[in-house]
Design a protein around this ligand. Structure first.
Ligand code: CUA
Length: 318
């Protein structure tokens, strides 16, 4: 699916059962608050209108009253009851949305990096970056971590945010109810490119999910384009392999930068900076700072031919 047609990045575009509970609580609490607002405002206006000083007022002190046990019990009991009801409902929603994880193993591990996302599917031995898949109608346990500084994983249509903290795993349950592409972003300030740490969540049918996982597990088939063959040699001789992992390449086994095993399948480069195509990838490699100032990928001073060949090679990794 095209990013431009991605589903609205709104918390009200409910795409998980968890977000349904959060929205229900949100609207119920909002409705209660609105009723209180109308009652209090109505009473205030009525009292101001009804008890304003009459024309005939002689200026003497009005009748004084002090203490009314019945009234005081009523106006203590009603707000107390409202707070208790809202508190209990909130507690119920918290338990339903974030049930105890116990000894369960995560289905997906999300790791925030400056400034991209790593996704690991430990049950399948699959790792990818910035774009990930979830099967619809399954409750997925997501472990959220960070590699460097604090980040926060947030896809608004999925509901809550979850802090990504180095050395402190947090957990999030996601039970998608709708297929589609859902966008999110890092929502904890994490440095220069905090704003370009985009999340692309693809929710697909369980069958499509299995197909996707199988494709991720296998190495991309080699291309017969001579530029790709030259690009692979250049990729391995430049320092690309010091940071990146490519399943199909015996020399590219580093785990510092995003996994590039199937980079050609991604929609964007640089976690949402550029559309993913050979031309943009060539430009990106020749000067990443131009597109994402502060990015840790250095300018490798590649010649036009080298950059083009490497881009052709990477774009062959389907
Ligand atoms: Cu990562 Cu903000």
């Amino acid at each position: 699916m095209d990013i431009k047609n991605a589903d609205l990045t709104s918390i009200f575009n409910i795409a998980t059962t968890q977000n349904k509970y959060l929205n229900d609580l949100h609207f119920f609490t909002g409705a209660v608050c609105l009723v209180i607002l109308f009652i209090v405002t109505g009473l205030l206006i009525t009292i101001v209108a009804k008890f304003r000083t009459p024309e005939s007022d002689d200026g003497s002190e009005p009748k004084q009253t002090s203490g009314n046990v019945r009234l005081e019990i009523i106006w203590t009991a009603i707000p107390l009851a409202i707070v208790i009801v809202l508190g209990v409902l909130t507690a119920i929603v918290m338990v339903v949305v974030n049930p105890a994880v116990g000894s369960k193993k995560p289905d997906l591990i999300v790791i925030g990096h400056q400034w991209w996302w790593e996704y690991q599917y430990p049950k399948y031995g699959v790792t990818t970056a910035n774009e990930f898949c979830l099967p619809v109608d399954k409750n997925y346990l997501v472990e959220v971590l960070a590699a460097d500084v604090n980040h926060s994983f947030w896809v608004p249509a999925f509901g809550q945010k979850m802090d990504a903290i180095p050395g402190h795993p947090n957990y999030l349950w996601l039970h998608p109810t709708k297929k589609g592409l859902f966008l999110g972003t890092c929502s904890e300030y994490c440095g220069a490119q905090h704003g370009l740490m985009r999340i692309m969540a693809n929710v697909v049918s369980p069958q499509d999910f299995e197909t996707w996982i199988e494709a991720q597990k296998s190495s991309a088939p080699p291309s017969d384009d001579p530029a790709a063959a030259r690009g692979k040699v250049a990729f391995n001789s430049a320092t690309c392999v010091q940071c990146h992992h490519v399943a199909a390449d015996a020399e590219a086994k580093a785990l510092i930068g995003p996994d590039l095993s199937h980079i050609a399948q991604r929609k964007t480069l640089g976690a949402g900076v550029l559309e993913n195509n050979t031309e943009n990838l060539t430009k990106w490699m020749q000067n990443p700072q131009q597109f994402k100032p502060g990015v840790y990928m250095p300018n490798m001073r590649l010649t036009d031919d080298q950059a083009h060949d490497i881009a052709v090679y990477l774009e062959s990794l389907k």
